[in-house]
Design a protein around this ligand. Structure first.
Ligand SMILES: NC(=O)c1ccc[n+]([C@@H]2O[C@H](COP(=O)([O-])OP(=O)(O)OC[C@H]3O[C@@H](n4cnc5c(N)ncnc54)[C@H](OP(=O)(O)O)[C@@H]3O)[C@@H](O)[C@H]2O)c1
Length: 340
């Protein structure tokens, strides 16, 4: 039977990839984020694979907005089976240089927005005695990194909250509270961040695809688990952070400057912390090579090089060259149609 899935943060990155993945499974979707324009695009993408979809522009920091979202979902589809919360923003910069209102809005969005979604979802699940809440944490909810204080504070808070919620739901075997903890993922969140660090941020290697995280999310909705970590270095980072705190703290600053920030200068900006910017919302952030495109361009280059070589040989010898490897049994290369 198709599930009713609410996705908060569905207009970009991991939430958008997850919406498409749920849609491909035949689930019914209610998509939420601030940008109505981007949500309409995602609705279209999901409908193309046959899913029933509603989009409800929602700011998770607005009082009452999440209650209204739940009410619309129940009015449209009768129930909520899964609530996936991915909405978040980031701000780069040394803690004391990030404007107070920016720091507070990051925490309001990433921690209080997630708490608000959890409250609304769990009230619904408690009365239905079933449902799955999937919160999106981060490896930065297990370890810390400089220049992302608001984000790291929020993710540590969210990890603690998710544990409390799991403990409080123990009387309801049909209710699940799950946490997805990605490492670096190729989404636009880095370019969209507020920035007071002077240099654009980027995801440190290794970088996972949002589609991979989306598959982990849907697998979690199918078979709920406490936590799913997506990222090849996540465990290593946690072990280093816990067992060698002195060494970790000495290395993490230089590593962050080297691997987590680009050389591209940026003037102080609020990014999308207070307002959405639909033009840069997409599933991918462009941090990974576009492999299918690369294969196509290598194929194109090889084909043009082959054609140029054939032309050169024709000009030199005055007829089409015979390629012994393409001679069909019982015939000569001249009898075969030439591929161009
Ligand atoms: N990308 C990574 O490397 C990475 C790593 C670990 C964890 N994560 C987590 O994964 C989740 C998704 O991040 P992402 O990388 O996919 O980022 P993203 O591409 O920037 O997407 C963030 C989503 O949150 C929405 N959003 C932001 N503020 C909102 C608000 N006030 N109300 C409603 N929606 C809001 C955005 O839409 P609007 O702007 O239109 O509102 C957008 O749909 C986040 O929780 C992030 O912390 C990401």
């Amino acid at each position: 039977m198709s599930r009713v899935v609410v996705v908060t943060g569905a207009s970009s990155g991991i939430g958008r990839a997850a919406a498409r993945e749920f849609a491909g499974r035949g689930d019914r979707l209610v998509l939420a984020a601030r940008s109505a324009e981007s949500l309409a695009e995602v609705r279209h993408e999901c409908r193309q694979v046959g899913a029933e979809v509603r989009d409800v522009p929602t700011d998770v920091t607005e009082p009452g907005a999440l209650d209204a979202l739940a009410a619309t979902t129940v009015a449209e589809f009768g129930r909520i089976d899964v609530w996936l919360h991915t909405a978040a923003v980031m701000a780069y910069g040394r803690f004391e240089e990030v404007p107070v209102e920016v720091f507070e809005q990051v925490v309001r969005t990433d921690l209080l927005g997630a708490a608000g979604a959890a409250r609304v979802a769990l009230r619904h699940f408690r009365s239905a005695r079933r449902g799955t809440l999937i919160l999106t944490g981060s490896v930065l909810g297990h370890v810390t990194a400089p220049y992302l204080s608001g984000y790291v504070t929020s993710k540590w808070g969210l990890h603690g909250l998710s544990r409390v919620l799991r403990q409080e739901s123990r009387d309801l075997p049909g209710v699940h509270v799950c946490l997805i903890t990605p490492g670096s993922v190729d989404t636009p969140v880095y370019q969209r961040a507020a920035n007071y660090a002077g240099r654009f941020g980027r995801p440190p290697l290794p970088i996972a695809t949002p589609e991979r995280v989306a598959r982990a999310i849907v697998a979690c909705a199918d078979r709920p688990r406490r936590e799913i970590s997506v990222g090849r270095f996540n465990l290593l980072m946690r072990v280093g952070f816990t067992t060698l705190p002195g060494l970790y703290d000495r290395l993490v600053g230089p590593l962050m400057r080297l691997c987590g920030l680009t050389d591209r200068p940026v003037a102080p900006t609020e990014g999308v912390v207070f307002r959405p910017h639909p033009a840069d919302e997409a599933v991918r952030g462009g941090w990974l090579p576009d492999l299918p495109g690369l294969v196509r361009s290598i194929g194109g280059t090889a084909a043009s090089a082959g054609a140029a070589a054939r032309r050169g040989l024709r000009q030199r010898f005055g007829s089409r060259p015979t390629d012994a490897a393409t001679v069909a049994p019982g015939g000569s290369g001249h009898e075969r149609p030439q591929l161009r």
